[in-house]
Every structure is written in C-alpha cells, then in structure tokens.
Design a binder for this molecule. Structure first.
Ligand code: NDP
Ligand code: 2IT
Length: 451
C-alpha cells in the first residue's frame, strides 16, 4: 500500500509527491522512500543547504536504470525470455554496489526499492561503496544447473558492459548464491578477457572470494542485535529466537544465535514453517537448503519437529524475531501476535520485511526495532572487504575478516545511536540509521557539484 504525504514535513511533501508521480505503481519503492522521508524532518530544519541543492530530489532519481531482454534455451530446447534489470542509483561514495535478485516477483519497482535502501545501508558501513541493485524475474526453482548457467550467461552477456570494479559491482540476493555468482563471473571473464576479480562479490574461496562473505549478513545481523542486548546488560543466552526464511541470511543468523547460546525455535520457507523447540539442527538445514535445494517440510520428516503448511511463523512465541525472508512479510497483525506473545526485539535481516503499520505497532508496544539498512549491512560490508582483498591481491583469514565484520556492526550501531541523539530522537535506531546514512551521501553530493 502506498503511504500518504500528510504525515510528512511540509518541505518534504512535494518531493514525495514527485516520487509518486515519476514512479507510478511502484508501491515498494514508494514505501522505501516514505520510510526515509519520515526520518528527515529534523534534517531539513537543520541543514537548509541540502534543500537548496535539491539533494533529496536527486537521491530519489536513479543515476541510471538499465532494462534488458534475457533469452535462453531450456532443457527441452524451448527458448525462454526473462527481463533483466540493473538500477545504478547513487555513486557519490563509490562504485555502485548491491546484489542481484532472481525471483519471479521482480519488477522494476522492486529493484528500485532495493537500490534505494542500498544507498543508505552502504553509507552506514563507512566503506567506499555507492548504491545499486539488479535482478530478473527468472525463477531458479526447479531449474537444472545447465538452465541456470545458460540464463546467467545470457544475463551477463548484456549486463557486462555496465559493470567494472570501479563502476558497478553486483553480488547475490534472493535466488543468487555461490552457484550463480560463479556462472556470472565466468561469463564476464570470458567476454572481457580480464581476470577482474573485484567486479563481483560472493565469489568462491579459491577464486577471489572472501572468508565470511557467505556468513556475513546473518552473522552481522546477530552482532547488531547483540549490541542492542548488551546495552540492556543482557545477552542471547537462553533467549528464544524465531527466524523467517531458510536461505543464506536466515541460516547464518541461526548459526550465530546458536553460537551465542540462544535457541532458534522456528524457521520457514515460502511453503510453511517448522518449529523445533530443542533448537534447529543447522547441519540438517544446510544440507537440505544449500545442497539438496529441498523444501523445509522435509526437515520435520523423522524428527521431533512440527511442520505447519502455510500459516505464519510469527505465531510462534519468542523473545527475538528476525525476519530474514522477503519484503513486507511482517504486518500489523503479525506484530500484534508477536507483542501478545512477549517479543522484545525485532531486527530485520531481510530488506524492508516489516510493513510500515507493522513497524508502528511494534514501536508503540515498546518493542526495540532495528531496520534492515543498519542490521543487515554486514553482507555488503563484507563484500567491500572482498573488494579490498581483490584490489590488494590478498586474502585474509576467517578470524581477521570476522573481527572486521564485528567492528563494522558495532560501528553502525554506535553511529545510529549517536545520530539519533544528535537529532533529538535518542534511542531511535530507525531515525539514526536513516539520518546517518543520508547525511553521509548528501555531504559527498554537495562536494561533488550538480551532477
Ligand atoms: P535466499 O534466496 O538465500 O533465501 C530466501 C529465503 O526467503 C528462502 O527461504 C525463501 O523461501 C524465502 N522467500 C523468498 N521470497 C519469498 C516470498 N516472496 N515469500 C515467502 N518466502 C520467501 O535469499 P537471502 O537469504 O540472500 O535473502 C533474504 C533476504 O535478505 C532478502 O530480503 C534479501 O534482500 C536480504 N539480504 C540479503 C543479503 C545477502 O547478502 N544475501 C544481504 C542483505 C539483505 P523459498 O525458497 O521457498 O522461496
Ligand atoms: O541487500 C544487500 O545488502 C545484499 N543483497 C548484498 C549486496 C552486496 O553487494 O553484497
């Protein structure tokens, strides 16, 4: 649902109306923009130079949007057509950086919302990366490796001309993991005849990948929540945690929760969810999801775990909820159930998984809330560390990289809290994240002139 202008600062209203007019029907992008605009009232009051230079209007307009046809041949010999996208949103802080999503739901507006979020997230990492996102409505589910490879090769045959280690550096997102990054990198290398390792991140460890990149988003999310818990003199120990999704982010969030002595009692996929009160067995989950690419229902077969088809995972009582599947998966009804069952913290591993009404309901009930652009920034931060290693032809140990990730997440938490305080909203992680990310980018844009 597209949010309205009425609750925005008068200076921001016409800017938001322009976003609505220029991007008709793109409700996810409208929502992502509205969420940032809601935090910017104190900024327009304090920093009139941003208004004079139309920084906000410029940030809302992508620098470049690429849409292309992706033809490929399936195993039956039939030609299939998909649509490819790359939205190069903002390069004030560095080359465009952000993942590729392969999912049948992907439209231009999806990629725009993700690219917009990515600008501020990447700024929060403190590393030199701009914001971008891409993807396709290709559905890898049920496709053979050969089909996925042919699709990736065709996708890269068009996209390669827009990429480069100093230009635009994609990575994974939903439906794009190590297998897809391998095929994409192979085709880029073949077309350009360059071993340009820094053009993609999430690569395999033997060919330019970084330790901890696979784990980084989930681990980083849990490091962020750990900071929130420490601020209240508590920890994960003995806490019940519910994690939606069972993909890259969810699995490694679960792994880190277990390492910190929390218990992950439920996980899900798009078919349903499993509840395992003893704590999820992550070796079984990894084998099921990373190797066999199966359905989560199979987890419960022959175990003391319950599988519930459909329904909602947010019915499962917990202390901490980590939505790690997809956008708008947690609405105000789910929020009410979580609150009734005693949830204390909700932290977003996915991008924009909570609806605006859901977020409001949680905050009004006093639940601590961490927005994705801060809490899930560990993935892209470790991608930037992968780029650093590629640029220096070096590779760091797991421990070194993990310690850098932990430092970065602590830094993001600190800068959100400090910024919220500075702008008169102490303790508000949403305002802190939006303002800290925005001002970084806005200051760089001011310095770089009208471009
Ligand atoms: P994966 O493809 O590895 O896993 C996605 C998981 O979410 C699967 O369990 C999938 O279930 C479920 N899911 C996806 N779409 C839907 C849907 N429409 N309805 C219900 N369930 C769905 O993706 P990731 O783990 O990489 O990404 C998860 C989220 O985290 C996304 O929002 C992504 O943008 C965000 N993110 C990812 C980062 C990364 O480094 N990978 C970094 C920061 C954020 P099923 O298999 O049944 O489709
Ligand atoms: O949403 C995200 O931050 C990602 N999908 C990771 C992007 C990246 O470039 O590592």
């Amino acid at each position: 649902m597209t949010p309205t202008t009425s609750d925005l600062h008068p200076t921001l209203r016409p800017m938001y109306e322009t976003v609505l007019r220029r991007n008709p029907g793109e409700s996810e992008f409208h929502q992502a923009a509205h969420e940032v605009f809601e935090s910017l009232s104190p900024v327009v009051a304090k920093r009139p130079e941003y208004v004079q230079a139309s920084i906000i209007e410029r940030i809302c307009e992508p620098e470049r949007q690429i849409i292309f046809r992706v033809p490929w041949v399936d195993d039956a010999g039939k030609v299939q057509i998909n649509r490819g996208f790359r939205v190069e949103f903002n390069s004030a802080l560095g080359p465009y950086k952000g993942g590729l999503r392969f999912h049948p739901s992907v439209l231009l507006g999806t990629v725009k919302f993700l690219g917009f979020e990515q600008i501020f997230k990447n700024a929060l990492t403190g590393l030199p990366i701009g914001g971008g996102k891409g993807g396709s409505d290709f559905d890898p589910k049920g496709r053979s490796d050969g089909e996925v490879m042919r699709f990736c090769q065709s996708f890269m045959t068009e996209l390669y001309r827009h990429l480069g280690e100093y230009t635009d550096v994609p990575a994974g997102d939903i439906g794009v993991g190590g297998r897809e990054i391998g095929y994409l990198f192979g085709q880029y290398k073949r077309i350009t005849n360059r071993y340009e390792a820094g053009v993609l991140t999430g690569k395999g460890l033997s060919w330019g990948g970084s330790q901890v990149r696979t784990e980084a988003t989930g681990y980083g999310l849990v490091y962020f929540v750990d900071e929130m818990l420490r601020a209240q003199q508590t920890s994960f120990e003995g806490k019940k945690v519910v994690i939606s999704g069972s993909g890259n982010v969810a699995i490694y969030a679960a792994e880190k929760v277990a390492q910190l002595a929390g218990t992950v009692v439920a996980m899900s996929d798009s078919g349903g969810y499993v509840v395992d009160e003893n704590g999820m067995d992550l070796e079984v989950m990894k084998d099921l999801k990373e190797i066999r690419r199966g359905r989560i229902s199979e987890y419960a077969e022959g175990r003391e775990a319950r599988y519930l088809e459909g329904g909602t995972i947010w019915d499962v009582p917990c202390d901490i909820a980590l939505p790690c599947a997809t956008q708008n998966e947690l609405d105000e009804t789910h929020a009410a159930t979580l609150v009734k069952n005693g949830v204390r913290i909700v932290a977003e591993g996915a991008n924009m998984p909570t609806t605006q009404a859901g977020t409001r309901a949680l905050r009004e009930a006093g639940v601590q809330f961490a927005p994705g652009k801060a809490a899930n920034a560990g993935g892209v931060a470790t991608s930037a560390l992968e780029m650093q290693q590629n640029a220096s032809r070096d590779s760091w140990s797991f421990e070194t990289t993990d310690a850098r990730l932990r430092d970065i997440m602590q830094g993001i938490y600190g800068s959100c809290m400090m910024t919220a305080e500075e702008y008169g909203m102490p303790g508000d992680v949403i305002a802190g994240a939006n303002i800290a990310g925005f001002t970084q980018v806005a200051d760089a844009m001011l310095s770089q002139g009208v471009i």
